[in-house]
Design a protein around this ligand. Sequence first.
Ligand code: DAT
Ligand code: MG
Length: 234
Amino acid sequence: MSSQIYRSAARTARALLSASRSSSVPQGRALAAAAATSFRGKTAFISSFYEGTGSASRGWVSSALALPAAVYMLQDQEVHAAEMERTFIAIKPDGVQRGLIAEIISRFERKGFKLVAVKLVVPSKEFAQKHYHDLKERPFFDGLCNFLSSGPVLAMVWEGEGVIKYGRKLIGATDPQKSEPGTIRGDLAVVVGRNIIHGSDGPETAKDEIGLWFSPTELVSYTGNAEKWVYGNN
Ligand code: DAT
Ligand code: MG
């Protein structure tokens, strides 16, 4: 629920920011409608900007005056909008060595997700053991950690609405024999021991894995050029 409100706030912030670049009242009207819709009456302070005390037209005049204030108040939320959901994605040594970095990155990019951190690293075996700590009882754990630490890994953080769950869809099932065609593993890998890519499997692991692989200063918050075309309510 809170994330829904959060996303609504983010969308409204974006709408307010883009509308603030125009002085036309009709845009302001559309914008107010968008604000009312996305907030669903949950944040009184927004709707209060648009409540006319008399005729509808008086209401719109006052909303035009209040708009800049609303924009400034929501700029923080615009920043947070750029941080709505993040997941950790890594191209494992097999994917890097096979020259699949660009192919894999382009699938996330074309979807509309945003890259907010990236680096090429050779993890130590101890680091690999930390990353895969929840699998330490599995018979393949040692081989898996040896493999992850055997060469360069492209570590990334991707951001976007639903990116954790949908990132897993883009990746496909763990065993490439069972991954659907069209997924990264389905199209580009053959066996489970060389399935080329890792993706966080939920919000908690995403948070832990991002924290393990990146320091906070390595995560870059920015507004993507195409964001207003990727996100929007009609
Ligand atoms: P995923 O990578 O899809 O999240 P996982 O977390 O269950 O899958 O396992 C981590 C990695 O361990 C997986 O990408 C490949 C390897 N692995 C999983 N099951 C395996 C198995 N039965 N034999 C060999 N390696 C396996
Ligand atoms: Mg996993």
